[in-house]
Structure formats: structure tokens, C-alpha cells
Design a protein around this ligand. Structure first.
Ligand code: ADP
Ligand code: ASP
Ligand code: MG
Length: 362
């Protein structure tokens, strides 16, 4: 079997955890599997690198930002290769560029356009574990690019597709996809399975557990993913192709948004614009990396489920559950999105979960 395993930042936050990850990879190797490992930057490294840039200039250029923030994943890949070699497992690390991850040239939020993992294949053929730096690629102009915050998931999925891997596992500090962010909604429960469509709607509406571009790629390629915990033996969540039954599956919240004037449109990377309407632009602040004039913090809370917004009975149940916080809403086929003041988002998230996904009413 060929496995692609992706380990997020908290899973490799320090040397002790990095060694444990090496042990987990070595165990798969002992079972006879070929393994490609994708790693994120250690712990808070990416935020620290961004803060470092801000200490030099308030308006860092996006090309230089990519040169800087792509470094975090390179530290992890080299250290993990060393930790595996220390266990007697042959391993070799590769940057995004060396792994053949070709992207467009939108710095700090690039899209993967082609994957040519020749060197990864050669390493596997030599019996090595291939360790790939997540979150980065190279443009056709041979510039280093990064894939947007959370983008190591994309590295894993595009490699799994290109290498025809048997399994693509996204390993994190949470043991799967829950009915809401378990940090915000303690009553949330782990889902055994959901469809890629459902996962995409969740990811696009702010659920950080999976990166939307990664889920979109998996959906296009018909790849099944598994979200699991790096440590522990929970079965995790299977995320598979296919059509979802009509159901409310989960609540997502996104507090990293902002309203901005339409006049900003020309100055913004297009991928940061979520919606444009009479109230102005709804922007995703995660990959902006610039202080723009006139931004007002915004948030959305979303009920995700196949036909949730299309079925009148379900829609009225959702609107009722939202109560007075649900005045500004938009229904899509697979989601009902509420625009709220960021301070109201956690309360609405819990109220919707309680009414729609807990106890007898669920
Ligand atoms: P990693 O660094 O491993 O990529 P992330 O921080 O990007 O991990 O994603 C994991 C986090 O996603 C969890 O710690 C959890 O707080 C958050 N999260 C948000 N929504 C969900 C959800 N529906 N199910 C599980 N986790 C969620
Ligand atoms: N290190 C990057 C980030 O913090 C990418 C990732 O973790 O997926 O966003
Ligand atoms: Mg992540």
C-alpha cells in the first residue's frame, strides 16, 4: 500500500512530538507500506515568521513573504527526516518545488496547477520514506509560492492524487471531523463519515479542520480522505465521494472575515474576496497580510447539510433555531449562512448546534 500522511503544526510542535510522529511513520513502514509524509511548520512558527516580517515593515511584499513563511515547513521536513534516520528508517526530505508542486503565481495564496512528483517516486522506489514540506510550491516563473494558511492539507491531497495513493490521512490534534468545532462547542461529536461535498461546505465556511482547496481537489479526483488524530487510536472520520442524504451534518463558524468597501476590489488578491454585494465586499482576512483602510471585522455561522437551504421545512427549522441573531442569512443548496457580528458568533454557533444537532430535536 502507498500511504500519504499529513501531520499538522501541533503534531510536530516540539522535538518530542516530532520523534513520536517518526515512530508512527516507522510503524507504517514496518507493516510494509510505502509512506509519503507531508509536514506543517512546527507549532506557531508560521505566525512567528509573519510577525517577524511585520516587525520590519507594515506592508511586506507577498513574494518576500513566501520566501519567509515557506521556511517553517522546511525546518520540520529536515528534522523529521533526521528523526526517522535515527530510528534506522531511510528517509529523504523534499521542498514543495523539489516535489513538483507547480502553482500559479498568486503569492501567499497560490493554487496548484500541476503535480510532477518524480523525485518523490524515485525516493519511494529506493525504499525511502519521502518527506515533503507542506504549504508550498513553485510557480512557472520559478518563484517559491505558498498555498494559503492551512495549505499543507492541499500538498497531501495533490500528492495522493498524483501518486495514486491507497490512503490519504490528514493527522491533527483533533480525532476527526466533528459536528462543530469541539473547542467552541463542547457538545460536538465526531462524525464517522461524511461526503466530500459536505466537507467542502464545512471547509469553505471556516471549519479549520480541513483546508477547502484540499477538499475541492479530493472531490474533483474522487479521493477518499481520512481525518484522524496523530496520537491515540480513535478511528477518525472517513470523507468519501458520493451524494449525501438530506441531513444537517454540522455547524461551521468563520471569524476571520471583514467587510470592506467595493473600492478595494482592484487592490486585493481575488482569492481573498468571498462575496461582493450591496453592503460591500466580504473578505477573508487569513491571507491578506496587509492593513487595508475601512475594514470592519465580520463573521459567519453556517449550518451545513445537503439540501439544508433548499428544503423549505429544513430552512424554516434552521431560521427558527437562529432566533434574533439570524436576521441576515443566505441559503445555498448545501448550507444556510448567517452573517453576524463576530462577538455574536460563538453564541449562535452553540444555539444552532443545540437546536439542530443535539438530543431529540437532532
Ligand atoms: P493542523 O495544524 O493539524 O492542520 P488545524 O488547527 O488546522 O490543525 O485544524 C484542527 C482544528 O480545527 C481543531 O483543533 C479544531 O479546533 C478545529 N475545528 C474547527 N471545526 C472543526 C470540526 N468541525 N471538527 C473538528 N475540528 C474542527
Ligand atoms: N504552516 C502553515 C499555516 O500555519 C500551513 C499549514 O499549517 O497547513 O498555515
Ligand atoms: Mg490545518
Amino acid at each position: 500500500m502507498l500511504l500519504v500522511q499529513k501531520y499538522g503544526g501541533s503534531s510536530v510542535a516540539d522535538v518530542e512530538r516530532l520523534r513520536k510522529v517518526a515512530g508512527r511513520v516507522a510503524a507504517a513502514r514496518r507493516r510494509g507500506d510505502d509512506v509519503v509524509v507531508v509536514v506543517s511548520a512546527m507549532g506557531n512558527t508560521t505566525n512567528e515568521l509573519l510577525a517577524l516580517a511585520r516587525s520590519v515593515t507594515q506592508a511586506p511584499g507577498r513574494r518576500e513573504l513566501d520566501m519567509l513563511i515557506s521556511v517553517g515547513e522546511r525546518v520540520s521536513m529536515a528534522l523529521l527526516a533526521m528523526a526517522l534516520q535515527e530510528l534506522g528508517v531511510p528517509a529523504r526530505s523534499f521542498t514543495g518545488s523539489q516535489s513538483g508542486i507547480i502553482t500559479d503565481s498568486s503569492h501567499a495564496n497560490a493554487r496548484v496547477v500541476e503535480v510532477r512528483p518524480d523525485r518523490v517516486r524515485e525516493a519511494l522506489a529506493r525504499g525511502e520514506v519521502a518527506i515533503v514540506a507542506g504549504f508550498q510550491g513553485v510557480s512557472r516563473e520559478r518563484e517559491v509560492t505558498t498555498l494559503g494558511r492551512g495549505g499543507s492539507d492541499t500538498t497531501a491531497v495533490v500528492l495522493a492524487a498524483a501518486l495514486h495513493a491507497d490512503e490519504c490521512e490528514i493527522c491533527s490534534d483533533v480525532d476527526g471531523v466533528y459536528t462543530a468545532d469541539p473547542r467552541a462547542v463542547p457538545a460536538a461529536v465526531r462524525l464517522d463519515a461524511l461526503t466530500l461535498d459536505e466537507a467542502l461546505a464545512l471547509a469553505q465556511n471556516g471549519a479549520k479542520v480541513l483546508y477547502d482547496e484540499a477538499v475541492a481537489w479530493a472531490r474533483r479526483e474522487g479521493i477518499t480522505l481520512r481525518a484522524s488524530a496523530t496520537f491515540g487510536d480513535s478511528p477518525g472520520t472517513r470523507i468519501h465521494p458520493g451524494t449525501a442524504a438530506p441531513r444537517i451534518v454540522a455547524i461551521a463558524a468563520d471569524t476571520q472575515l471583514a467587510w470592506g468597501p467595493v473600492t478595494l476590489l482592484a487592490a486585493l488578491p481575488t482569492a481573498c474576496v468571498r462575496a461582493a454585494g450591496p453592503e460591500g465586499l466580504l473578505l477573508d482576512r487569513r491571507n491578506l497580510h496587509a492593513d487595508l483602510p475601512g475594514l470592519v471585522p465580520a463573521a459567519t455561522v453556517t449550518v451545513v447539510g445537503a439540501r439544508a437551504g433548499a428544503d423549505p421545512g429544513t430552512l424554516s427549522r434552521v431560521l427558527q433555531a437562529a432566533g434574533p441573531d439570524g436576521l441576515r442569512w443566505r441559503a445555498a443548496a448545501d448550507a444556510v449562512v448567517f452573517a453576524v457580528d463576530p462577538v455574536r458568533a460563538p453564541g449562535l454557533e452553540r444555539a444552532l448546534h443545540l437546536a439542530l444537532l443535539e438530543g431529540a430535536s437532532a
